[in-house]
Design a protein around this ligand. Sequence first.
Ligand code: ADP
Ligand code: MG
Length: 570
Amino acid sequence: MTVKIQPLPPEVINLIAAGEVIDSPAAAVRELVENSLDAGATRIVISIVPEKWQVQVADNGRGMNLANLQQAALAHSTSKISHLKDLSQITSLGFRGEALHSIAHVSELEIFSRPNTGMPLADSEGWRVVYNQEGEAIEEETVAIAPGTVVKVSNLFGRWPLRRQGIPSAAQQLRRVQLLVQQVALCHPEVTWQVRQDNKPWLQISRSSTAKKILPQLVRGVRFSDLEEVRMEIGGESPTSPKGKQSLELVLGLPDRCHRGRADWVKVGINGRTIRSPELEQTIISALARTCPRDRYPICFIHLRISPHQIDWNRHPAKTEIYLHDLSYWQEQIKGAIDKALELGAETMPESPLPERVEKLLKASEKKGVYNTRKSDGGDGGNSGDRDLGLIELKAIAQLHQTYIVAEHPNGIWLIEQHIAHERILYEQLCDAWQLVSLETPIILSNLSLAQLEQLERLELEVDSFGEQLWAARNAPLILAKRDDCSDALIELSKGGDLEAAKVATACRSAIRNGTPLTVPEMQDILEQWQITRHPRTCPHGRPIFLKLEESSLARFFRRHWVIGKSHGI
Ligand code: ADP
Ligand code: MG
């Protein structure tokens, strides 16, 4: 494909939200990196020398010939769109043809580039071009370089001392670049990243096939096995998506394994770029509100690949904020994906099945059919989305310490904490139907403050005065109504919190206590109801509900891979 950089027609220029986008070294890096990605690079090296106000981005992308190099930094010159109609079809990260021009304006710009013909021995020449403030080529010479492009920006804002003053410290700039690279790496897992500071390696992210494999490289303490991934195709076309269909990719830190004190790893990417979308970020946080512990936030990355028609990038010149035309539709899709990621169906089989050799040995030494060691459905790790959770096959075996249900799973052993599993079941039932029923005999409450009475009223509980410092409660939440401690529960509800909090409190109070003996059928019943809850991993307070001992780990621990012959000295 021959690429030609050309000036945009004026009617297009007038339509795009133009603006000075280069206001910091990090902004220059952002624009250059996006150009490298648009050029199909799979290796990007960013070098920063804060002292010299220098940034450089080198890539192994498509490269440019001399004619394109001469055009590249002129105002509104781009190879990415050429007509008005292209504006609604944007699939590249850049399209305004402004970045190199703006950079030339505020720095000393030089570009080394050699077209990447894709054929190892094909002839292509490398050129070094130096630009003036207007973005015009003022020096050109051939150079011996590998295919790809190196954009070198020096003396940034040298002619704009006031602008330099407004820029945060070198350390903060680096932090911004780090964040930027981390975010962009999630959207482009196929790229290897290197950031060098003062010519020393400073940050490295290795390429991988999915964002799920990138995330553990970015967030300290998060392991691959702490994450769940969901990919969904969504009706409608999207040219930016690998299969041409709109899609959603979710990587979620399982809430019983990881969460953070800030919402700093709730990230949304759209068509290859991480954006700030307060609405979608809030959707994620709310969807996990009674699943993560209080004041803790999920680790979550969502990448939407959607039709360019759905997006209006003109919210912000740096394209970091957008308008989505059908916001509530996408919010629903995100909630659905989160629910899917939390289903226990994903637990069916271990992440890394046993090596084939071990599996053969196990088969030889075990009675047939004791354990499954491979995904039997050949599926994609529980993303099939159906809730036919016969899939999980959890079988209650015994109760331990009147607290834990021991369950057998085709893959190992699970321990389920009876109280909080039941709490999760009841909480979701209450969310689906918060039902108040009239009490046959009113419950008498005493010593209620005005605030407590108001709170009960807010929860639509009917309480009438019944004498000096006495009140009669005429209704109660269904699952509390028949309990002996209903009056205590009503007092608790009167003490504050919204309806949500009341549901949590009610579920907690009504759930089977630890210390209660349970029969096997009772335990099986709990297991079955719990498995089909929407968020079965944690209770509404965010405590983990189950612990699994995977057969693969047990086999490793008990050294079941030791060849019998060896241990018998044969
Ligand atoms: P835009 O990205 O909006 O098109 P830019 O000013 O960022 O505008 O870049 C102008 C043009 O220069 C791009 O359209 C592209 O053709 C070319 N270009 C810039 N950087 C690179 C690169 N790293 N590799 C190949 N081509 C590039
Ligand atoms: Mg660009």
